[in-house]
Design a protein around this ligand. Sequence first.
Ligand code: TXA
Ligand code: MG
Length: 318
Amino acid sequence: MVNMPSKKKTSINQACTLLAQGDLVVMPTETVYGLAADALNGHAVAKIYELKKRPQFNPLIIHVSDYVQAQQWAYFTKVAEILATYFWHTQPSPLTLVLNKKPTNLSSLVTAGLETVAIRVPHHPVALDLLKAYGKPLAAPSANRSLHISPTTTEAVHQSLGPRTPFILDGGPCQVGLESTILDLSGDVPVLLRPGGTPVEMLEEILGHAIHQEVGTTAIKAPGMMKRHYAPQLPLRINCLHAEPGEAFLGFGHNDQPAHLNLSKTGDLKEAAANLFSMLNELDKPGLFKGIAVMPIPLKGLGAALNDRLQRAASSES
Ligand code: TXA
Ligand code: MG
């Protein structure tokens, strides 16, 4: 805190005051903007569900400043320790671990009554300043109304939450643009619950073996994995080489038909991930288009998470 420029320090202090009195704060992270509440204060956490209009059964991720803090809230196995220290500190990359919960005063609304807790260290200077200054874990889902697109800019937060948008800590556009990868380490074998900003291949490399992927099954361990979760207002089609008349065309790499926007002209998956939600948001204009057609994206690396999000956005089920 001592070396922080005074304007920044003032806004961090203001955020801490709001959190301490049970109010919500919008916090930037490297993945997407989060709607944060004191994870020990059930009334504050309830405001998240209320503002997002999110189903109550959906548990939240708690955010902490480092691995040492994280150990207060969950039991870390050897494997969990290795992954946490590597992806939270040595080579920071967005990873949420689902672990067996320690008996603590964490609000049970955060975990939706489960015996496990999802925990991560965000890799963003403003989030880390806030977490260090506040000293307690923050529960934070993405800062959008339920079923809207996750926001990667403060404008997108305002657009989704409207006039009830709480105090925002501005951290600029989110660099990763996709939510964290979620790995369940609470059982005997690691299970991937959500593909995200850290490619599963990177986890497998550190673990030294393949990871079981539960994604897309109906046995919902991460209840947030409802099919229709990442939804624009317009109908969305995927794996399209051309758009129909009236449709917005979202490109990837080289394309014959001119695209309205291109996730990455060079076919770079990292660039595409960072652009995904903001570009979908920009094209999601029912007055202008009748739908959105998206070009095929390869399934390797971050492509798995990109395709997962697009499939959900394209699903008409709720
Ligand atoms: O990148 C991110 O992870 C962002 C930023 C803000 O940190 N957060 C985020 O949170 O995406 P949210 O609430 O949209 O997604 C949390 C996911 C949900 O799918 C939820 O079901 C799952 O984590 N989850 C939370 N606790 C869990 C638990 N104990 N067991 C299984 N899944 C859990
Ligand atoms: Mg979300």
